[in-house]
Design a protein around this ligand. Structure first.
Ligand code: SF4
Ligand code: SF4
Length: 694
């Protein structure tokens, strides 16, 4: 077909599309603005086509350096209010999962679809994993199309769902769906706007989806520090309960009544057996039950397209009154376990025939022969004898055994609980713990006195102020480490966070999706862990942001372990010290400067130049963590009372724990002060100096 039809095709046109082509058209119809991937079969054609059509389609597309970075580009774009699309082969989601699982918490207000192309039978993959597990792990919805028309339609619906609930939606295809062709009726293309934004000098000729978004700061939503994550998780669980309601009533889930489609005079009485199926497996079940010589079986098929949250009510309605259920699904017995759980929950006896009882193969792609043979294992060719008696008996016996055991087990458990509750020792411990908890003062986590991150934050804030960059127009993407504490006032230098190394990948997305200034923070150890690929990604794709590598010469947050930037290995032996500067330069960064953040004027000056730099600038803020053993203690500071005007800026803007207000006046605690001199430099009155008599 003419690929341009994917952009230019009108509503109502019919095209003979590959599943992956249909995904592209679905993204275009939905009005996707940003798409990113790392290529992997069976999803590769989507990226290949977008690389040709993106400009005409008016959207931004990049081949990211890996799937995790692609996920971050999409997630931060969606956080900026744009519709974003990331797609990958099944194993790619492993690479992206660190950021993906947290993106489900933080949400995707603009709308985001993650297409996972699974590869049953491993035609071009190293394993056969079933990515429906990821939906259960991450707690997000899954749509499973069975043909190219559904791929396109479910793409569009995925964005509606994602936007409404601010949650990523997995569109799970398999090789057979990605690579099958079928007639697809096109729909309307959603035009987001008609103006171009020349941020990256891309000249869009036609429809323009790529209107820049705006990232609205909301740390409670976008910064998953434990206090926020606990709330996020609660909200997510509630959200998924609402989405389950939708799945129960979704048009994507329907009962296919095979009798209505049989015109034979030999139609037998309606079967008491049903099939539950999804994705490509549905096509085989359909072939067997409706189209071939087993048509007289007249099984009804519950075709699930909206497969997670599992539509329990709908499934229960379907199976009630049946004598048996076949679950036809590829790779893992996921729906089968869901069905068994429902049956167990309501306490009904219906045999379930699937992978777990050996009727269907536990691995590999299905086809019509496999599905037919598997059904025939249960039902004889004349369809009069249902080979289920043993199964039902087994289940009944199992229930009896379970019930018997349940009674004795629960008695034991209750006894244990009672014994435990009756223990006076435990009661005392509980009371003591409660007393301690009630009397503990609230101590929010904070950076240590003398921590160089405080100076860095002060420097970047002052630089932005001097450049007249408002707080709203300055996004701080942060990473996993002590410096995440920058989320708290007065610094407020953590606006978005997903995973180890994500600060730079997220910055790539913000750079594409917004016109705001972006400063990312990443530690030295985290940079080695996951920061190098996204840095290359940023340079190669011509993004624009400032990267701050907070090199405090240790892996501080976890207790001071070494990292490759140090001349020592994990056993204390001498080791080659890897230069962060040289890595940054080798990644293609032309603006790479190392500063001592404790030198405030130099720090401010460097940030000012970096913020004005047109490209990826790297500042390495190098200063050892104050907790490193053997560091020489410096003299503490003292307030010069005759000069201090008690403006208290040192308290409100630095928040060093060594400075406090006592009886209405600022004081520096000798024991806490590390003598870093940052307060000395920031005090306009020159009212802080070295304490001489210690
Ligand atoms: S910033 Fe300087 S002048 Fe203001 S309270 Fe602190 S020490 Fe005093
Ligand atoms: S009181 Fe001043 S010198 Fe002492 S640790 Fe805090 S910022 Fe550094």
């Amino acid at each position: 077909m003419d690929l341009n039809q994917l952009v230019n095709g009108k509503s109502g046109d019919k095209e003979f599309l590959l599943g992956n082509e249909a995904a592209v058209r679905g993204a275009i119809e939905a009005g996707v603005s940003v798409a990113a991937t790392y290529p992997g079969t069976p999803s590769s054609e989507i990226g290949n086509i977008l690389s040709i059509l993106a400009k005409d389609a008016g959207l931004f597309f990049e081949f990211s350096i890996n799937e995790k970075v692609a996920m971050e580009v999409a997630a931060s774009s969606a956080a900026s209010g744009l519709k974003s699309f990331t797609f990958m082969k099944h194993v790619g989601l492993n690479v992206a999962s660190d950021s993906f699982l947290t993106a489900v918490y933080t949400g995707t207000p603009g709308g985001m679809v993650v297409l996972s192309a699974d590869d049953p039978s491993m035609f071009s993959s190293q394993n056969e994993q079933d990515n429906r597990h990821y939906a259960r792990l991450a707690n997000c919805p899954v749509l499973e199309p069975s043909n190219p028309q559904e791929v396109k339609d479910m793409m569009k619906y995925g964005y509606e769902l994602s936007k409404e609930f601010s949650i990523p939606v997995i569109l799970r295809t398999t090789t057979r769906i990605s690579h099958m062709r079928g007639v697809v009726e096109l729909g309307d293309v959603e035009i987001i706007n008609n103006k171009t934004d020349d941020f990256n000098n891309i000249n869009f000729a036609k429809n323009v989806h790529w209107e820049k978004g705006f990232f609205k700061k909301d740390p409670k939503q976008f910064v998953p520090v434990p206090e926020n994550s606990m709330v996020m998780h609660e909200k997510l669980v509630a959200k998924m309960e609402d989405i389950e309601e939708l799945a129960n009533n979704s048009d994507l889930n329907f009962i296919f009544n095979s009798f209505e489609n049989i015109n034979s005079e030999n139609v037998k009485p309606k079967s008491k057996y049903g099939i539950i199926s999804s994705g490509s497996a549905f096509n085989y079940a359909y072939d067997v039950v409706v189209e071939d010589n087993l048509a007289n079986l007249g099984f009804n098929i519950l075709k699930l397209g909206f497969t997670y949250p599992f539509p329990k009510d709908l499934v229960l309605d379907f199976i009630e009154g049946l004598d048996g259920i076949f679950v036809v699904e590829e790779v893992d017995p996921i729906m089968e376990k869901e069905v068994l759980a429902i049956i167990g929950e309501v306490g009904i006896d219906i045999p379930v025939f699937g992978k777990l009882d050996g009727n269907f193969p536990l691995i590999h792609e299905f086809n019509s022969d496999i599905v037919r043979d598997s059904i025939n294992k249960v039902i004889d060719s004349s369809f009069n004898t249902i080979n289920t008696i043993n199964t039902i008996n087994t289940i009944n016996n199992g229930n009896n055994i379970n019930n018997t055991n349940k009674g004795s087990n629960s008695n034991n458990i209750n006894n244990n609980i009672n014994n435990s509750n009756n223990s006076s020792n435990d009661l005392n411990i509980n009371k003591r713990l409660k007393d301690i908890k009630d009397n503990l003062p609230s101590r929010p986590p904070t950076l240590c006195p003398g921590c160089s991150h405080r100076a860095t934050y002060f420097g970047v804030r002052r630089a932005a102020e001097e450049l007249n960059i408002s707080n709203e127009n300055l996004i701080f993407s942060s990473d996993i480490g002590c410096y995440t504490l920058g989320v708290s006032p007065p610094y407020e230098t953590t606006d978005y966070l997903l995973s180890m190394g994500s600060s730079i990948g997220d910055a790539c997305g913000f750079s594409v999706a917004t016109n705001q200034h972006i400063v990312s923070f990443i530690g030295d150890s985290t940079f080695f862990h996951g920061g190098i690929p996204p840095l290359i990604n940023g340079v190669h794709n011509k993004h624009k942001f400032v990267v701050t590598i907070l090199d405090n010469r240790t892996t501080a947050m976890t207790g001071g372990q070494p990292n490759p930037g140090l001349p020592v290995d994990g056993m204390g032996n001498q080791a080659p010290e890897i230069s962060i500067e040289e890595i940054a330069k080798a990644c293609g960064c032309e603006f790479v400067e190392t500063i001592n953040p404790m030198n405030l004027s130099k720090t401010i000056d460097t940030y000012k130049r970096a913020l004005e730099y047109d490209g990826v600038s790297v500042i390495i803020a190098k200063h050892p963590c104050t907790l490193i053993k053997g560091l020489k203690r410096k003299r503490p500071m003292v307030i010069k009372e005759n000069k201090c005007n008690n403006c208290q800026n040192c308290v409100t803007t630095l928040a060093c724990p060594a400075i406090s207000i006592v009886d209405g006046k600022v004081e520096i605690d000798d024991l806490l002060c590390k003598g870093c001199t940052v307060c000395v430099q920031m005090c306009d009155e020159k009212a802080i100096g070295v304490k001489k008599d210690i």
